[in-house]
Design a protein around this ligand. Structure first.
Ligand code: CP
Ligand code: NVA
Length: 306
């Protein structure tokens, strides 16, 4: 039996485990309030551990937050772009997984094709963490839920509105809705709706509409993301299709008066979000970015058996 603790997708973990990871993230952040960012946590759960970080796509937040996270846990990181590895010359994912399993204690992968992360994890004898694929971005959603809870209390019972592309980030929100007990209204143009299997996973926790105003009405949280994700080729078509899906001050007025605005970043100001919303009083996007560190520390600590 494979007992390796992979963090591949939110729908693969039980609600109790996910809740424990999020609680640990909150606790770890509180415990080091005011500390310099390089100081190691008192319990150092990754002491003597090395995390490999493999990137097939660009990254700012994920790269820096995982590197900071493993250091704060007392461990170390080795970072590589996939294009610089033999992966970039066609070495099989499985052989790469077998080799890295002998050299490091966990592997974080940002991949173009979700199936490559699954293939890596099937062979790896050390934990594998999904750091974004074309299909999901589970680490992001843990940071997002943490941010919501910091600003508005427990996420269970809240209503979240996703406006825009039914993309990888949206998919992980859908996976999280039944696990954490919140309602998710998703407003997408019909050609850019979420994956049907994901919608099934969301069940009655997810409501799909093409009307942003309907999705946002009374919501506690409004979330969006870029209309053109890494790897998407149809830039002009997308800009046209999403024209009515920008989050601006007028749309935010439909939400609850104390609603918060989230965006995983990078943002495209004037496209999916206006400057006034991103820089406005309801925006919690900088806390959200910081929380990537704290949430991923909890994920890594769990991977290492915590
Ligand atoms: N939100 C996020 O994953 O950002 P990066 O692409 O900069 O890592
Ligand atoms: N949906 C975006 C998220 C970036 C963090 C992308 O995949 O490019």
């Amino acid at each position: 039996m494979n007992m390796v603790r992979h963090f591949l997708d939110i729908h693969r973990l039980d609600a109790e485990t996910l809740r424990a990871i999020l609680d640990d993230a909150h606790a770890r952040k509180a415990a080091r309030k005011g500390w310099p960012k390089g100081r190691v946590d008192a319990d150092a759960p990754a002491k003597d551990r090395v995390l490999a970080m493999i990137f097939e796509k660009n990254s700012t937040r994920t790269r820096f937050s995982f590197d900071a996270a493993i250091r704060q846990l007392g461990g170390d990181a080795i970072i590589a772009n996939a294009a610089d590895m033999q992966l970039g010359r066609g070495e099989p994912v499985e052989d790469t997984a077998r080799v890295l399993s002998r050299m490091v204690d966990a592997v974080m992968i940002r991949a173009n094709d979700h199936e490559d992360v699954e293939r890596f994890a099937r062979v790896s004898t050390v934990p594998v963490v999904n750091a974004l694929t074309d299909r999901s971005h589970p680490c992001q959603i843990l940071a997002d839920l943490m941010t919501i809870e910091e600003h508005r209390g427990p996420v269970a019972g809240k209503t979240l509105a996703w406006v825009g592309d039914g993309n990888n980030v949206c998919a992980s929100f859908i996976h999280a809705a039944p696990k954490f007990g919140f309602q998710l209204n998703v407003a997408c143009p019909s050609d850019y709706h979420p994956d049907l299997h994901d919608l099934q996973r969301g069940g009655n926790h997810v409501h799909l509409t093409s009307d942003p105003r309907e999705a946002v009405a009374g919501a506690d949280v409004v979330v969006t993301d870029t209309w053109v994700s890494m790897g998407d080729q149809d830039y002009e078509e997308r800009l046209a299709a999403f024209e009515a899906y920008g989050v601006d001050a007028v749309l935010m007025k439909q939400a609850a008066p104390d609603a918060v605005f989230l965006h995983c970043l990078p943002a495209h100001r004037g496209e999916e979000v206006s400057d006034a919303v991103l820089d406005g009083p309801q925006s919690v996007v900088w806390d959200e970015a910081e929380n990537r560190i704290h949430a991923q520390k909890a994920v890594l600590a769990w991977c290492f058996g915590g």
